[in-house]
Ligand binder design. Structure first.
Ligand SMILES: Cc1cc2nc3c(=O)[nH]c(=O)nc-3n(C[C@H](O)[C@H](O)[C@H](O)COP(=O)(O)OP(=O)(O)OC[C@H]3O[C@@H](n4cnc5c(N)ncnc54)[C@H](O)[C@@H]3O)c2cc1C
Length: 440
């Protein structure tokens, strides 16, 4: 038997979250010798519990869909609640997207979800280490070398022909390469926890994510199994600076300040710890280089209001697996390799960009008005087409979906017109944008 510490792997992967386990499993299935190094031990807490419909084909490809179905809550829609629109609520059913094949997604406890993915990559032959923290990478030679230590502090070195950084928000390589850039357009922070006894929606709507806009940002409610609700808020840095109590109290005070949320949480009690994540949007200037690649949050992180993170991480891993496979097999010339890498980068960028257009305008009243519509208005065929296009983006189906291009263009045009016409009304949003950039 090979010594797992001394052998040369085809691919070394830093991080055993959704991105790392997905690329590792797919590369192992293509016949490569892969090693994943994960600093923590599964199951471990992680935020990012609401998946998108377009996650499902990836889970199917990995062969874990049934297992995820067993631990997940079905999410048929995303419900948005606004303080400034009439109606105050609109529900975006995924069945109304242009692609009718994936009418739902799942809400999952990430401890369970990530463990399924991790165990699955072990099953398909990936060598895995838990409690192994990577500290240093040497990218200079043909063989990539990484140094790390295990949970007892013993140091280890690993070598591989290719290195994938899937270290999530730790952004291991981007830090080492000094390529991490704060997203100046979107500097927000989040505080969150798990609660019991939060009022759930009923029937088919029970698993829907609820999003509430409020004065200082937005709040999420994600129903999980066994009566648990993940609840948290994302806010401007200026609001976070007003905190003069514990995280727990600040979270509760903020949630109670929104009447609809207060009503749903009258009997709620906290189940576990309250967590916080600060200044969280960023991107790396470098996505790939000679023998290495950054995927998932290790490359970029955008606001999770549309639950895009896990999908973007796994999708970049799927495309990354094809790319690394082709590069390792050296079936192509250097020129072709450059083209493959450029195509990979463009696909990752385009997917992120599709969400960002909505994210950057999420707090603008002009977008609220366009997104939220009364039943009567939503019956209009043009409105239905526009909404189907928006829902397709929210389902993770923006890339290569030609049907939505023109309706999305119209939607964005309407947004701009609405913004200009109601400039005064939108000015509070502009004020917050200014505050936001001065804080950032
Ligand atoms: C407040 C908040 C709410 C969110 N809500 C959602 C949501 O509802 N839906 C959604 O899809 N996404 C959401 N996200 C985003 C989501 O959490 C991430 O996009 C997703 O987890 C990215 O997956 P990943 O595999 O790239 O990184 P991760 O899941 O973070 O995995 C990275 C792994 O690498 C390991 N690691 C890190 N450094 C090292 C090292 N040096 N050595 C070894 N191992 C290392 C970590 O322990 C971790 O297990 C949310 C994020 C935040 C902050």
């Amino acid at each position: 038997m090979d010594d797992v510490y001394k052998k040369n792997y085809d691919v070394l992967v830093i991080g055993g979250g959704p991105a790392g386990t997905t690329i590792a499993s797919l590369l192992a299935q293509k016949g490569h010798d892969v090693c994943v190094l994960e600093k923590s031990f599964h199951p471990r807490f992680h935020i990012g519990e609401s998946l998108l419909p377009m996650n499902l084909p990836i889970l199917e490809k990995l062969g874990v869909l049934e297992q995820v179905d067993a631990i997940g809550v079905k999410k048929y829609a995303a419900e948005f609640n606004s303080l400034v629109t009439d109606p105050a609520q609109d529900v975006f059913y995924f069945s109304k997207a242009t692609n009718k094949n994936h009418p739902y997604a799942y809400q999952v406890r990430r401890s369970e979800f990530d463990q399924i993915l991790f165990t699955n990559c072990q099953k398909v032959g990936v060598t895995t280490f838990e409690g192994m923290t990577v500290l240093q990478a040497d990218l200079s030679g043909c063989l990539k070398k990484i140094q790390g230590h295990d949970e007892n502090g013993n140091e280890h070195e690993f070598t591989g022909r290719f290195l994938v950084d899937a270290s999530g928000r730790d952004t291991f390589l981007a830090r080492q390469l000094n390529s991490k850039r704060k997203n100046t357009q979107h500097q927000m922070s989040a505080i969150y926890g798990h609660f019991r006894n939060v009022k759930r929606r009923t029937g088919k709507d029970e698993g829907n994510i609820s999003i509430y806009w409020f004065e200082h940002g937005w709040v999420w409610m994600i129903p999980l199994q066994e009566g648990v609700m993940s609840v948290g808020f994302v806010c401007w840095p200026s609001y976070l600076k007003t905190r003069n109590s514990s995280l727990e109290l600040f979270l509760l005070q903020t949630l109670n300040s929104v009447p609809e949320i207060n009503e749903r949480m009258l009997e709620a009690c906290l189940d576990g710890h309250v967590h916080a994540t600060g200044n969280y949007s960023y991107c790396s200037d470098v996505m790939s280089g000679d023998g290495f690649l950054l995927i998932g949050d290790a490359y970029a992180f955008v606001d999770p209001v549309f639950s895009s993170g896990v999908y973007l991480a796994m999708q970049s891993a799927v495309r990354g697996a094809d790319l690394v496979d082709q590069l390792l097999n050296q079936a192509s010339s250097t020129k072709q390799e450059g083209k493959l890498i450029a195509q990979f980068k463009a696909s990752v960028e385009q997917e992120i960009k599709a969400f960002c257009w909505f994210i950057y305008r999420f707090n603008s009243p002009a977008l609220h008005k366009l997104l939220m519509s009364s039943d009567e208005a939503s019956q209009h065929p043009v409105k239905q087409k526009l909404k189907a296009a928006v829902i397709s983006v929210l389902a993770g189906d923006a890339y290569k979906n030609k049907q939505i291009r023109f309706p999305l263009w119209i939607f964005k045009l309407l947004y701009r017109i609405n913004y200009c016409i109601n400039f005064k009304e939108n000015s509070w949003y502009t004020k917050f944008k200014k505050l936001q950039s001065s804080d950032g």
